[in-house]
Each structure stands twice: as structure tokens, then as C-alpha cells.
Design a protein around this ligand. Sequence first.
Ligand code: ME8
Length: 501
Amino acid sequence: MNVFYITTPIYYPNAPPHVGHAYTTVFADTLARYKRLMGYNVLFLTGNDEHGLKIQKVAEKQGKTPKEFTDEMAEVFKNYWRSLDVNYDHFIRTTDEYHEKTVSEAFSYIYKKGLIYKAKYAGLYCVDCEKYYSPGEYVEIEGKPHCPLHNKPLEYMEEETYYFKLSDFKDYLLDVLNNREIVYPRSYAEEVLSKINKEGLRDLSIARPVERVWWGIPVPFDKNYVIYVWFDALLNYISAIGYLNDNEKFSKYWSNVHHVIGKDILWFHTVVWFSILKALDIDPPRKVIVHAFLTSKGTKMSKSVGNVISIEEMLDRYGSPDAVRYVLMRIFNMDKDSEFDFELVDSIYNSELADTYGNLVRRAGVLAQKKTDGKIYRRNIDSKIKDELENKLNAYIDAMENFEVARGASLAIDVARLGNQYLNETKPWEKKDPSKELYTVLETIRLATILLYPFTPRISNLVAKAFGFTVENPLKATLESIERYNVTNAPILYKKISLKK
Ligand code: ME8
């Protein structure tokens, strides 16, 4: 069976996830559900990035140990994902013992190869952030470098640190980024290439003195140091599938790995990650799928800006995980930032879910129950509508295979639109025996329901049950294959919400 391994970033659990995190996670879940439907053996990984200063500090502030704090937050994240029907196969935490062991062994392996060395690190430091800032990251106030978060002058500091020889990988990275179609969309690969060409590659600090940060994985051969969080975090993608423990499992899933990330962490997931993998003698990932930001009031939705929309607010407003998932995927965009505008999202919800798909299911269901007692036997479908449905199906497969979920969702709704049109044109309510027309309409509903399943799994299953069919691989769900529909319920799926003035 074909394998499909898909990952989300592992999130910092310093605060609960918001709609920005849901954007990524629901996208990965939608692709995972699509691939399962297509018959793949899917492994969908998500989790939390639990080490490092940021977490250490939040825990301290709350009077908890980092372990207590991250234990609680892992449950918080899992509950949010459950509330959105996110069906991951494994939830990794970087404090998991097997992960820590893998990170430690991988660090030693790279060190023994001579690709990690100890040297002085010097730079401009913010005491409040406990972090070095490089040019471009800090702001200048009256000609002097200041911390962008605290607006305080940065101090010159030095410390001994372990470096990873990132600069050794320049030729390799240029070759991979130029010649292999890994980064998707391609424009992000060009962005990384131009940054490498412009700025070159500097070696990367990958451990810090334990006096500065103690919450992390110790350097195995030097207990005075703790491994830097990005090195630790990136390795989750391989530790989770048995790297250094279960070779067979690791090779099986790694061969078709798809990383989903936001564009903020592109550099780490290309330059840094591909180099670490190369140092470990592992092939680069199959695909890195990058998306742009969800913005609110014009800026990236983020806790620190204070412009986040909460997942609860979305669930309250749209009434079901399915609706929230659908609208997020309808505004999903890889190239351009998407502004989260309630007016726009309300109108997508109303016109597509309530008025088109929901209305079709309700009308056809009521009609079938009234006219034929819910039992509708197979008839031939008009070839015109059959062709149109097949075209939509093919376009949908093409969209989903290219990770274009917004287009996939629209095409599924187009199918429902065809059903409504056909209903309006043939007026089965005026006929004594409208079996032929109803069979055709139910076929459009079946197809729309199957195509919507990756987006709206709960509602698709509900409709399938109410109408007597199964959600299955769309390529196998050929038209006219259902011998008899049995409509036992005509549910109201999505209640319209009143539009903001
Ligand atoms: O970076 N729009 O974790 P993080 C779109 N732990 N996506 C958004 C978003 C927004 N407004 N806000 C957040 C980290 N995201 C590291 C990752 S992986 C080895 C380590 C999503 O909690 C998006 O996927 O800051 C982004 O890349 C990710 O959350 C950052 O999550």
C-alpha cells in the first residue's frame, strides 16, 4: 500500500493554539483524510515543541515546573484538535523519552563526523529575552541597536557555544533547492536561494550554556550545555517514525514525507533541516508545503500582536467543527496572506454550506421521503449531467493532488450546485413519479458529500448514513453504482447566520 507521511510544525505551547495554528493543522488533516480516502497508508504527525527558554519562563511565571506546565498544555492542544475533528495518528512531545534519546544520539553522531565544534559566540544580547539579535532582527533607536520586543538597548556579550558547520552545506543546498522540486510552491525555494546567494551561510549555534537555559536536552558529552531548541525540534520528524530505533518503519515513512509549515519557519525547514539531514546521511524530505499567513487587521495573527481570533469563537459562530474547517480551507492560500474578515467568511458559510450544499440535502431528502417513501432505485442519469459531474471530479482530484484545498472545496460545492440546478430545472415535486430525477439528484449529493469529506468529515458521514450510501474513494464511487438509496432522514446541516451590516 502506498504510504503518505504528513507533519505539521510542532507548536510552542507557551499559549493555547489560535486560528492561525488551526489553519495549518486543519490543512494537514484535510490532506491526510483525502489520502486515506484514496487508499493510502497515512501517518499524520503533530505535537508540541516543549523545550527552551520561552517555555521555561512562562512556567516559572505561573509557579510551575516546565514539565508540569507542558503536561497541562499538551492536553490543552489535544482538546483543541479534538474539537476540530483533527485525526492525527501520533502526537509528539519533545520531552518524550524516545525523542530525547534520538536527539542526543544524533548530536553525537554529527559531532563525531567533525561537523560540530566549540567556539566563542559574540553578539548583541537582550537580557530580558535572553537572546542574541543579529542585524536585521534588532531595531535602531538613535543609531543604537535595541531589542524589538523590549525597546531596550542591546548589550555586547560573548559565550562559548557549540556550532553546527552550516557553511559546509552551501553547494549541497544550492543543488537540492535548484534541482529538486521539494519546496512547494516553487517561489519559496527561489526566496531561500536568493537569501543564500545574498547573505551566504554562517555556522549555527546549536547549544547554549546551561546557566542561560536549563530546560532542554543536555549535550551528551558536555553537561554544561543544552541543545538549542530548533535542533531538538526539527528532529521530531524523524524520531517520531523510529529513526535509530526501527529502521524499517523509518525508511517506509520517510520515503514519502510531506512537511506542512507556515512561511515564518521556511529557512529552518529548508537550509537548516536539509543540512542536518545530510549530516545524518538522510535524504531531504519529499515535499515541504509552505503556506502564507492568516492576517487580522492587516497583520499576521499572533498572540504577541494581540489580534488573534480564537478557535472557540469560530466554533461558536459557525456551529460545527465541519463549518470551521471548511471556511478555513476555503480561504487557504499558499502564496498570499489571507485576511480573516468575518464578513467574507460569513458569506462563504452562508452561500456555500447553508444555501448550496445544506439546502440541496434538505430539499432532496424531504422530497424523497414524501414522494417515494425514501426508497429510490437505480435509473440512468442524463449524459449531460454525468459528464459535468465527471469533469468536476477530475478537476477536484487534480486540485487535491496539488494540495490546492481551496479549489478542491469549491469544486465539491460546484457539484452540489449542479444538483440544485438540476432540481430547479426538472421540478420533481410536480411529477407523480420523480424517481429518475431524484436518483440523479441523490447521485450529485453522494459525489458532493464524498468530495467534501476531507473538509467536513462529520457531516459527510451523517449525510451518508441518512441517505444510505458510504463515503469511499471518489475514484471508485462511480456514478450509477448505487442500486437503491434509502433516505431515512432529511437533516438541516448548516443554519444560516445573519450577515453583519
Ligand atoms: O515556530 N497564519 O512554533 P509556533 C498562518 N515550534 N499560520 C500560522 C499563524 C498565522 N497567523 N500563526 C501560527 C514554531 N501559524 C516552532 C516550530 S517545527 C520543527 C518547530 C502556524 O508555535 C504556522 O504553521 O510559533 C507557523 O509556521 C506555526 O504556526 C508556528 O508555530
